[in-house]
Design a protein around this ligand. Structure first.
Ligand SMILES: Cc1cc2nc3c(=O)[nH]c(=O)nc-3n(C[C@H](O)[C@H](O)[C@H](O)COP(=O)(O)OP(=O)(O)OC[C@H]3O[C@@H](n4cnc5c(N)ncnc54)[C@H](O)[C@@H]3O)c2cc1C
Length: 407
């Protein structure tokens, strides 16, 4: 059987169009050199370039190619999406914050009016959205969140704090969970709000964490939020949040690996000579690199499987959490193997002495913190057990909707 991928004439024509456009638009000024992996170290002009590039992609419908044009997407097919992702993968493009989780949640739970109003700015890259779920006292047990949204006529008054939230870019919109009915049972007491980030009473502080990627502490002190920003019913927020988390875990799948460090470290071991021979000739290093290679590919293939299942309308159950769990687990193991294979070079935060111009050192930190967003490994295991029906409770996956559904 021949497994070579065959592209159609339409795909090749589209590739030529994408290449031509990227040639013109995807090169950031060469005098910037390498873009630092930690966005807190970016110059303001890098930040602006990344936002502008996202918006240009959005204008063409290439930021969210599969979504309907009506909502600001490209109205394109998976065939186009594959070509776009492959071509974009050839560029080292600093990515700006995207709102796919918020858009996906509004699509399922928002009213028609909210979809018309909120989706286009997200899908065209006009706005940056942050997810405000985690609180200083509440992480894995999200249903115990304490931020309050008290009703006042047609408005809600929100008070509380959210931590480890935000992104490299300043927010225009906040996706915030808050308790709307403190007397209602767990899971039936929360509202989900998609609200402007500049409302009076919101203050934002930077956090200096292990990886410097714009994480913040957001404090809300009596923030008046109109009901028009409530997505779903006022005590349906838990259900709404489950859609967001389902997507965050990976239910929609992906076409390309996000992390190129494992691949580049393999090349590094071929080029780096220690004790008179390339590192890659050491049997221990060989084993470590092969294990990393295999696991990266397992993760990539599971991402492709989810992409196919999601976009062809198949029922996704444990699949999103499976991808999330394996990504986090593989990443931690990969970093550990790299550390043992390369030794101190993996930990040196110096352009000259650190492996891959200190990218490996960054990878060591990134994989540690990367075990948390969207739920830790233990939380993913719990979800999988529930979906398989072998836990204390049994549950189905939250509703999600492929952007191509109905087309
Ligand atoms: C880089 C990064 C980005 C993030 N981005 C966002 C964001 O954009 N928005 C947002 O809202 N939050 C964000 N978070 C927060 C993230 O969702 C939380 O860190 C995560 O949910 C874990 O919560 P916690 O840190 O409070 O840990 P805890 O909940 O205190 O957990 C501590 C440890 O206990 C384990 N544990 C907890 N409960 C159980 C259990 N029942 N069974 C077994 N083990 C358990 C956990 O696995 C973990 O190892 C981010 C975090 C990081 C590090």
């Amino acid at each position: 059987m021949d497994f070579t991928i065959q592209y159609t004439k339409e795909q090749e024509d589209f590739r030529a169009e994408v290449r031509g456009w990227l040639d013109q638009n995807a090169q950031y000024p060469s005098e910037w050199g390498d873009i630092p992996p930690e966005t807190d170290h970016w110059k303001p002009e890098m930040r602006q370039w990344a936002l502008d590039f996202s918006r240009k992609l959005g204008e063409k419908g290439w930021l969210f190619p599969l979504w309907d044009k009506e909502y600001g997407g490209g109205g394109l097919t998976g065939d186009h999406d594959i070509v776009l992702k492959e071509e974009l993968g050839n560029y080292d493009i600093p990515e700006s914050g995207r709102g796919e989780l918020q858009a996906g949640s509004i699509m399922v739970h928002g009213s028609d009016e909210q979809k018309k109003r909120f989706l286009k700015p997200i899908l065209t890259g006009e706005v940056v959205c942050w997810q405000l779920f985690t609180e200083p006292e509440v992480g894995s047990d999200l249903a115990s969140l304490r931020t309050r949204a008290e009703k006042d006529g047609d408005d809600f008054i929100i008070t509380g704090q959210k931590i480890f939230v935000g992104d490299s870019f300043d927010a225009d919109w906040l996706w915030c969970l808050a308790v709307t009915d403190p007397d209602a049972p767990r899971h039936q007491n929360i509202g989900a709000f998609f609200m402007p980030a500049n409302l009076p009473g919101i203050s934002i502080a930077n956090l200096n964490l292990v990886v410097q990627r714009g994480k913040r502490l957001v404090s809300m002190d009596g923030v008046r939020v109109s009901r028009e920003y409530l997505i779903g019913e006022e005590t349906q927020g838990w259900r709404v949040a489950q859609t967001t988390l389902e997507l965050e875990h990976g239910a929609a799948g992906f076409l390309a690996e996000r992390d190129s460090t494992v691949r580049d470290v393999i090349e590094y071991t071929k080029e780096t000579v220690r004790n008179g021979k390339p590192l890659s000739k050491d049997p221990f290093v060989q084993q470590a690199m092969v294990e990393n290679f295999i696991e990266t590919n397992i993760h990539r293939l599971l991402g492709l499987r989810n992409y196919w299942m999601f976009n062809s309308g198949r029922t996704v159950t444990f699949h999103g959490s499976q991808v999330s769990l394996l990504r986090k687990d593989f990443n931690l193991k990969a970093a550990d193997r790299i550390l043992h294979a390369l030794g101190p070079q993996a930990l040196i935060n110096d352009e000259k002495w650190g492996a891959l111009k200190k990218r490996v050192e960054h990878h060591q930190r990134e994989t540690l913190v990367g075990a948390h967003p969207g739920g830790t490994l233990e939380v993913q295991k719990l979800i999988i057990a529930r979906r398989l029906g072998i836990s204390r409770t049994q549950e189905r996956a939250a509703p999600t909707q492929a952007p191509t559904q109905g087309r």
